[in-house]
Design a protein around this ligand. Structure first.
Ligand code: CA
Ligand code: CA
Length: 111
């Protein structure tokens, strides 16, 4: 026998297509729940990485990224436009409520 069969596994094209199109799941995909106001507040407070009591653009961006938002940077821009009333570039504790209202409207869930 001159040709030994190859050892590669042939994968049907539709399986490959399925794998490629499968949305990336969050690392902690134990539960998927819609967040209420209180949970969002707790969630956003946790995003204050440098503990200065306010959320920077990067911290808000990370929050929306964790929430699985699409167009994360654009969403962050919109969120800050909505929440950052004194336009200092940060969402302070007093402005946090506006950020939550913004997030609530978009019905984010944690997965
Ligand atoms: Ca901060
Ligand atoms: Ca502000």
């Amino acid at each position: 026998m001159r040709h030994t069969p190859g050892r590669f596994i042939s994968i049907p094209l539709d399986v490959i297509t399925f794998i490629c199109q499968k949305p990336r799941t969050h690392k902690n995909n134990k539960l998927s729940l819609k967040l209420n106001e209180e949970e969002l507040l707790a969630f956003f407070k946790k995003q204050d990485a440098n503990k200065d009591g306010k959320l920077s653009w990067d911290e808000v961006r990370q929050a929306f990224s964790d929430l699985g938002a699409s167009w994360v940077s654009l969403t962050t821009d919109r969120a800050l436009l909505h929440a950052d009333e004194d336009e200092d570039g940060y969402v302070s504790e007093g402005e946090m409520n506006k950020l939550i209202q913004f997030a609530l409207k978009r019905k984010f869930t944690i997965q």
